[in-house]
Design a protein around this ligand. Sequence first.
Ligand code: ZN
Length: 408
Amino acid sequence: MYVSRTAEAGPPLHPRVEAMRHAVTLAALAVLLAPVGCASAPAARPDPAREDEHMALARRVLSTTPLFDGHNDLPWAIRDNDAAPHDVVAYDLRGTTPGHTDIARLRAGMVGAQFWSVYIPYDAVEEGAARVQLEQIDIAQRVFERYPDVFQEALTPDDAVAAFESGRIASVMGMEGGHAIENSLGALRAFHRLGARYLTLTHSSNIDWADSCCEPAEHGGLTEFGKEVVREMNRLGMLVDLSHVSPETMHDALDVTEAPVIFSHSSARGVTDHDRNVPDDVLRRLPATDGVVMITFVPSFITTELPATIGDVIAHIEHVRDVAGMEHVGIGADYDGISSTPEGLEDVATYPVLFAELARRGWSEGELRKLAGENVLRVWRKAEDTRIRLRARPASTATIEALDGSGR
Ligand SMILES: [Zn+2]
């Protein structure tokens, strides 16, 4: 989520499944390529030899490896829909929505897995952040329930791969803003039980136990309680998301965490010097700690010269690849959390265009698979491995008063 009030791989499939998926893709292409408004035209048959080879490679990759985007704010778009706030039925995903996301465009974009952000704004603390968080989880789950042929909730990486192989979009909830837990590790555990699989430690405001990107430092990173939150997330198998936090918070979290981290929607500060982006000294730690930076398309994060373009997105992807390594880059567009988009990447239907452009620049099939979903699936699997390794550790009963003092 970008705007602040209101918001801002798996293993290869069985060859037979791959062949089926490829056939389905070609059939879908035939429909897309069929001439419109020309009744006398013969039924179009795809000619693979004439199809743009880079787009063909992109489609082959995305039909066999889940494109796993790190951040989409559809649940907030539904809550914030002026015509019918909170109304999952009224925000009809089988039609064309006013936002960036609906079912036809998700399918055209070949989205295979999605971390759906259940973002809450910082000012939710005034009405009860945990309550607003529960309402956003409820909206996301009502979406999954309404379209069971399209979305399948995934609680583990294996679930995500299975959903993708069944032709549905693996749907995982990610919380955005540590204020949601109201300084309670019990609340954190309860949200995890409800299906939340990442927590962005802050949004754009500092919270009691962590500094955000975008306010003057209060704590110098994570407080002792903030470090305990990270340890408890490790124990639960909940991914630590370092988008939106300050560089000091990033370093503190990397010092403490026993599992790889994610950046669900951030780009590279080495390309665009924006507070929301990841500095090179943090990128350089990722080979040792593991982790994945899922590159966001937010125009003001990726260029100082608007309008942003697809080339700007690629510059960030390739910078993270060059500094952190090919194993540490992914995609986290932030659709429905942004009010403008780069040219050529207007909505969730456009991911294949980005992958085709990378192919044109020489990215190999294996590299495209890592970017699409293999890297984030590897990171999530390692977080699961950490959970299993830590299963003898009891739930933390620490309190912020005990760890950080009672002056809060
Ligand atoms: Zn955000």
